[in-house]
Design a protein around this ligand. Structure first.
Ligand SMILES: Cc1cc2nc3c(=O)[nH]c(=O)nc-3n(C[C@H](O)[C@H](O)[C@H](O)COP(=O)(O)OP(=O)(O)OC[C@H]3O[C@@H](n4cnc5c(N)ncnc54)[C@H](O)[C@@H]3O)c2cc1C
Length: 253
C-alpha cells in the first residue's frame, strides 16, 4: 500500500485549469483540478509543499518547473505564478492558460519546508518572503487559521513596489496573532512609512522574534534573498536547523 501511495505522489497526472485570479500585473493564481490527487480529499497536501508542472508543446518539447502550493491543506489545489518575461513556462501560465486547459502535475512534493500545527511547539513563527516566495508562506498562514492554531506569526515580506505585493487584500487583514511587515525595495507609495530597502541585519534585528523565544523561521524567495536572510537570522542567534529555506532560483529582489 505504502509503495502505491509513493508512486501515486510522484507520477504525472493530468490537471485541468480551473478559475484563474490576477494577483498583480505579473502574477496569477491558477486553481488546478486533479481527479486523482492523493489524500482523503482533493487538494490534500502539507503547507509549504510544492508541485511540479509539466507543459508539452505541439512538437513534443517538454518543460517542467516547480511551483509552491498556494492553498492550505484541504483547500482546492492552487499555484501562484510570477511571469518572467524571458521565461519558458511562467509566461504561459500567467498569460495563456485558461480555465479548461490541461497540463500535467506531479506532487505534492517536499517534507522539509513544511509547517504543521504542532511543529512550532517551542516558539513563534517567523516567515520571510522575497517576491513570489510569499506563496508557500501564505499557505502556512492559511493552514494556521484553518487548524485553529494561535502560534504568533510575523511575516516579513519584501516586494519591489506596492503594486507587486501578492495577496495584498488578504495580507492587509491578517488573522489575529499574525503581523505582516512590508519592505518595498524599489518604489514606495507617497507617505509610505514602512521599510524601503532590502532586508538587512538591522531590519531583521527589529522585526524577527528574539532567538531566546525559540522561534521557527521559514525563508523563501530568490536564492540571494534566502541566503542573506538565513545568514542574518543565524547571526541573530537562530540555530541553523530552525531556519528552513526554500530557494526559487536566480536573481535578487
Ligand atoms: C521549490 C520551488 C518552488 C517554486 N515556487 C514558485 C512559485 O510559487 N511561484 C513562482 O512564480 N515561481 C516559483 N518557483 C520558480 C519556478 O520553478 C520557475 O523557476 C520560474 O517560474 C521561472 O520559470 P520559467 O520557465 O518562466 O523561466 P526560465 O526559462 O526557467 O528562466 C528564464 C530566466 O529567468 C531566470 N530565473 C529562473 N528562475 C527565476 C526566479 N525564480 N526568479 C527570477 N529569475 C529566475 C533564469 O536564470 C533565466 O534567465 C519555484 C521554484 C522552486 C525550486
Amino acid at each position: 500500500m505504502a509503495g502505491t501511495a509513493v508512486r501515486g505522489r510522484l507520477s504525472w497526472q493530468t490537471a485541468t485549469v480551473g478559475p484563474v485570479t490576477d494577483e498583480t500585473a505579473k502574477v496569477r493564481t491558477l486553481r488546478l483540478e486533479v481527479p486523482d490527487w492523493p489524500g482523503p480529499s482533493a487538494g490534500q497536501h502539507r503547507a509549504g509543499q510544492h508541485v511540479d508542472i509539466r507543459l508539452t508543446a505541439d512538437d513534443g518539447y517538454q518543460a517542467e518547473r516547480a511551483y509552491s502550493i498556494a492553498s492550505a491543506p484541504g483547500e482546492p489545489l492552487a499555484i501562484t505564478v510570477e511571469r518572467l518575461d524571458d521565461g519558458e513556462v511562467s509566461p504561459y501560465l500567467t498569460e495563456e492558460a485558461r480555465a479548461g486547459d490541461q497540463l500535467e502535475v506531479r506532487g505534492p512534493i517536499g517534507g522539509y519546508f513544511v509547517w504543521e500545527p504542532g511543529s512550532d511547539s517551542a516558539g513563534p513563527l517567523l516567515l520571510a518572503a522575497g517576491g513570489s516566495g510569499v506563496v508557500p508562506l501564505r499557505a502556512i498562514v492559511r493552514e494556521r487559521s484553518r487548524a485553529g492554531s494561535s502560534v504568533p506569526v510575523r511575516l516579513l515580506y519584501s516586494s519591489r513596489s506596492w503594486q507587486d505585493v501578492i495577496y495584498s487584500s488578504e495580507l492587509d487583514f491578517p488573522p489575529d496573532g499574525v503581523r505582516v511587515i512590508y519592505t518595498l525595495t524599489r518604489s514606495q507609495p507617497r507617505l509610505w512609512q514602512g521599510y524601503a530597502r532590502r532586508v538587512d541585519e538591522q531590519m531583521l534585528a527589529e522585526v524577527a522574534w528574539p532567538a531566546a523565544d525559540r522561534p521557527l523561521a521559514y525563508v523563501c524567495g530568490p536564492t540571494s534573498f534566502v541566503e542573506s536572510v538565513a545568514a542574518g537570522l543565524v547571526g541573530l542567534g537562530y540555530p541553523a536547523e530552525r531556519v528552513k529555506t526554500e530557494r526559487f532560483g536566480a536573481t535578487g529582489q
